[in-house]
Structures are given as C-alpha cells and as structure tokens.
Design a protein around this ligand. Sequence first.
Ligand code: PLP
Length: 404
Amino acid sequence: MFKVNENYAKLPGSYLFATINRKVKEYQAAHPEERIIRLGIGDVTQPLAPVIVDAMKKAADEMGRAETFQGYPDYEGYAFLREAIVAGDYLARGVQIGIDEIFVNDGAKCDSADLGDIFSLKNKIAVCDPVYPVYVDSNALVGRSGDWLKDKGCWSNLVYMPCTAENGFAPEFPEETPDVIYLCFPNNPTGATVTKDRLQEWVDYARKVGALIIFDAAYEAYISEENVPHSIYECEGAKECAIEMRSFSKNAGFTGVRLGFTVVPRDLKLDGVSLNQIWLKHQEIKFNGVSYVVQKAGAAVYTPEGRAQTQAQVNYYMNNAKVIRQGLSDAGYTVSGGVNAPYIWLKTPEGMTSWDFFDKLLETAHVVGTPGSGFGPHGEGYLRLTAFGSYENTVEAIERIKNM
Ligand code: PLP
C-alpha cells in the first residue's frame, strides 16, 4: 500500500511566504483603498538588461533554424557559458577553477536542496540561525533534520549556529562538531558578511574536522567592501573542503529566467570519493540541463555591456538599501545589513515579536516586510526588508515607517 514520505508531516506550519501572502491579501480585501508596498520577498523588479534580451532573441532565432537548432544540452552546461563563468567570476579574481568544476543549473535553489542527495543521512548538519529556509527544510524532507521541536522552534538533529547582534550576525564555530556546514555570505536574511580572514578560519576548521562546507554566494554581486571575499575559493585549501553555489537571479535579474551554477572542485575528495564525479552522476540521473536560450542569456552577462548593464541594476538596488538603512536609523531604529547585501535586518522596537511588528507595519504603514522568526529561532525580534523594490516605492515606504 502507498505510504507518503512521513517527513512532510513533520514540517512546521505553513510556508513563511504563503502566510505573508495570506495576511496581505486579507488586509487588502478589508482595506481596498490602501496602496500596499511590498519590501518583503527577495524578488527583483527591474526588467532584464537590453543586452540579455538581445542574446535571448538571437538564441531563439537559432533554435528556429535547422543548422543551429540545439537539442538536449550537456548536463554540466554549455562550454561557452562555463568558460565565461570561469574567466569572469574566478580567473578575474585570481582564483583557478576549471570548466569541469562548474555545473550549470536552473537557479541555486534546486542545488541548495539537492546537494543533500550526495551525502549520507548520518551526517550532522550545521546551519546559521537565522538561515535561508531551504537548507533546513530540504534536510528535513529526508529525515536528516530529525524532529520538529515545537516548544523550542527548532529541529532536534540540526546544529544551530546563532547569528546575533553580539557576534555581528556571523556564526562562531559550533560546540558540537558537524559533518556539513552551510554558510551563506553575503547573508540572506541578515545582510551580514565575513572578512576573508574569518572565512579562512572556517575553511581551516572544516579541514581540521573533516567537514564539507556548502557556501552560498548568491549575493556576491552586492559586495561593496574590499576585505569581503566574493568566493570561498579565495581562501587557501577551500577546494579541498567546499562546494560553492552561485545564482544569476540577483546579479542579473534572472529570478524569472532561471540560471545558476554550482562549483564542485576536482580536489574535493571526502570519505574517499570525488564529490565532483558523484555530483556529475547526480546531474546525469536527475537533471537534463538548462535551455540554450537561457545559457546564451547568461553568457551575455559576462560581456562588457552585460557587465555594465547588470552592475547598474545592482547599484540601483543598493541605492534603495542605502535609503532604507539611512531612513530607518534616522528614525531611531536599529538596523544592519544593506552594505554588502540587498537585505536590511531591522530590530523590532520595544521588544515586539517579529509577527507583531509585521502586523503593525502592514496595518499602520501598509508596508510588507518578512518576519525574522520565519528564518529561525534567533530571527525572533527582527524583520527583514529588501532593497528590490522600485526607488519611488522604497522612498515612500520609508517615509511611511518614519511617520508611523
Ligand atoms: N540562496 C539564497 C541565499 C537565496 O536567498 C536564494 C533566493 O532567494 C537562492 C539561493 C535561490 O536563488 P535562485 O534559485 O533564484 O537562483
């Protein structure tokens, strides 16, 4: 008789953004006259850069001609894109990565969940708290996270690494030694980063204890400070202990186009096997590649015009981040993030819970944020605002919050 995966039943409550959407919908239905401004979800709003649109049109034309038509792409991605990635993202920063170490995907989310397929259920997983929920939930679905402890608001088998105002929202080494460590810098949701020296310490730690680091660099394009690493492979020895994930979603506005890549170095040999070969096998079994049109769009990002046009979009969002940060601190709020990331992490006033402050913001300023508690127990007492809105909406939202 059919049995469903019992781990689905263990997932706590409804998905964070579904709850937010329901609350916003209900409020809007009751107050149709109010114009709600959404600074909650991490989705971009600027249209695709012209050079990317041109590349997609040209690639679509090629698909319509017998001489240039393309069928299934390579599992790892077309060489033209992987070469552009290697040159533009790595060699340009002095990091040696081979094209056979790059695995193109349809955005970082799937791989951030699927990488769990290649490690044993027995591994102890360490995550930052607060954290991008996919790392936690994907491990929960296979039973690796253990049981959901309702009273504590956490999973029984996970090692949580608190990211608090006291440690600058950058985790300490955990007390319990993990086998897999998820790190994301610049961070979603706190907007925090670590220095290259600190990341080197994480690499040294992982090598010492024999752990794998899964490094999520989806927001690398937003780094503005000098001593913040863009890739974990800027650290010595990282190729022996780390997998890196990148995305085109936030640096080039591809949230609706879907493109990203994962780097699995050849030198990454843990438990006696090459993870590069295992990941290739995984992709051959589970993935049929990314469309030619989308990969051509990705390659256009690395052209000089692509660089200039996408950088202009990042600058636009980071100007919004400045407006949010400055406006809220002028109004007396405690804020962090927004310097190397499009996220601003706001301390709720007067000890309010994240959801109480979410409701107050919605009902009084008609602005939508994301409750910090949705990202983990140490997110309680915080709210995340994103810089991905339009400039006009961002300015108006901050004025409304100031006048609250
Ligand atoms: N990693 C982090 C930290 C994110 O915040 C996101 C999206 O918001 C992703 C990965 C997934 O990005 P995508 O699947 O759009 O490439």
